[in-house]
Design a binder for this molecule. Structure first.
Ligand code: UD1
Ligand code: UDP
Length: 371
């Protein structure tokens, strides 16, 4: 009998991490795969759909400028009602920790549809950091029936919360599937700024920053540290593809614009962005996904957050927490630019997040799943 699997996602990182799974689900004879995007992100989601050649069956198109978390939640809940009634899926797959993730899981629960949670079991145990992601994943975890955990530690986190052992599967992270698919292809930068950078003679620092708990004061600290580094090191080029959140763009423009070696550019397609990470000297970010990609690429990452739910990357040695204070971020970046031994200690490839076969494992589990 065919099983109907409805995948729901809405933001850039979910799309990157679910694209290889949706593509593989389509190839399965015993599975009917339906894709619904909420479009919590619009342009940044469409970039990923285009790259992976995904055409959604449903598009809730909910994004509003400066949207609140409540608006996203309400619109996803209402929007999915009709989709669930029409499609009557056997299982809904959600990914990670965004508000689309939690609201889609809640909507599935209200319709008494089974839920599979991809990237399950990441925790900081701090309710407000990352905000609202920590509670989104806790709540999704308690609604889900199947938990696809990237690592052993993620599985242990779920066991401690009383999730049944037989429902948790260690699969690796699907981001590695996506990364390997894209990183293998030859690529030359089309973006004018990137094409003009002398990667051979300059040290490139890639920056991204967008987390809600960093908006405001923390972001001012982070960008001020980056600005000082740009001003002090003339062999450094700083590339920052700025997230489309208007609040991020305002702060970035105010603190970082106008320096010759700081390039504020539009969000990049995943393929140029992976190539940019691979050619960078180091990365400064508050992104979750980049903490998973960088170890594979062997690039040192300074995480501008107070905590991380990805301790495996810290243990692997490629990721360090730099906090959100200007002085500390500046000092830690400076150390990596001036102390070759400190840099070499971090710059090596490690693979705590999987082997690029997470999607195959998830599909195999779905095939054997007894409802
Ligand atoms: C969201 C997720 C966060 C995830 C991040 C990845 C929530 C609450 N937040 O945060 O978990 O890590 O995505 O990037 O689920 N915008 C655009 N075009 C886009 C995308 C965003 O214009 O393609 C602007 C809109 O004004 C939007 C704002 O950015 O209102 C914020 O988007 P939103 O999805 O609410 O929050 P993010 O900070 O992107
Ligand atoms: N990314 C991208 N283009 C960019 C910046 C990031 O494709 O300009 C990718 C990055 O490689 C990673 C994902 O987007 O896979 C991270 O997304 P984001 O920072 O929006 O969310 P988070 O990882 O914090 O959830």
């Amino acid at each position: 009998m065919t099983m109907k699997v409805l995948t729901v996602f809405g933001t850039r990182p979910e799309a990157i991490k679910m694209a290889p799974l949706v593509k593989k689900l389509k190839e399965e004879r015993t599975i009917e795969s339906v894709l619904c995007v909420t479009a919590q992100h619009r342009e940044m989601l469409d970039q990923v759909l285009e790259l992976f050649g995904l055409i959604p069956d449903y598009d809730l198109n909910i994004m509003k400028p400066n949207q609140s978390i409540s608006m996203i939640t309400a619109n996803v809940l209402l929007g999915l009602e009709e989709v669930f009634q029409k499609e009557k899926p056997d299982i809904v797959l959600v990914h990670g920790d965004t508000t689309t993730t939690f609201a889609a899981a809640l909507a599935a629960f209200y319709h008494q549809i089974s839920i599979g949670h991809v990237e399950a079991g990441l925790r900081t145990y701090d309710k407000y950091s990352p905000y609202p992601e920590e509670m989104n994943r806790v709540m999704t975890g308690h609604l889900a029936d199947l938990h696809f955990s990237p690592t052993k530690r993620n599985r242990e986190n779920l066991l401690r919360e009383g999730i049944k052992e037989e429902r948790i599967f260690i699969t690796g992270n699907t981001v590695i599937d996506a990364l390997l698919e894209i990183a293998d292809k030859p690529y030359q930068f089309e973006d004018k700024t990137l094409a003009g950078i002398d990667f051979e003679h300059k040290r490139v620092i890639t920056v991204t920053c967008h987390r809600r708990e960093n908006l405001g004061e923390n972001m001012e600290h982070i960008f001020s540290a980056v600005r000082r580094i740009g001003d002090e090191f003339d062999d450094v080029e700083i590339i920052y593809p700025v997230h489309l959140n208007p609040k991020v763009r305002e702060t970035a423009g105010r603190i970082l614009a106008g320096a010759d070696n700081i390039h504020l550019i539009e969000p990049l397609q995943y393929q140029p962005f992976v190539n940019l990470q691979a050619k960078s000297y180091l990365i400064i970010t508050d992104s979750g996904g980049m903490q998973e990609e960088a170890p594979s690429l062997g690039k040192p990452v300074l995480v501008v957050r107070k905590e991380t739910e990805r301790p495996e990357a810290v243990e692997a040695g490629t990721v360090k927490l730099a906090g959100v204070e200007q002085e500390m971020i500046y000092e830690m970046t400076k150390e990596l630019l001036t102390d070759q031994a400190a840099y070499s200690k971090m710059a090596h490839a490690a693979n705590p997040y999987g082997d690029g076969h997470a999607c195959e494992r998830i599909i195999e589990i779905l095939r054997n799943w007894k409802r």
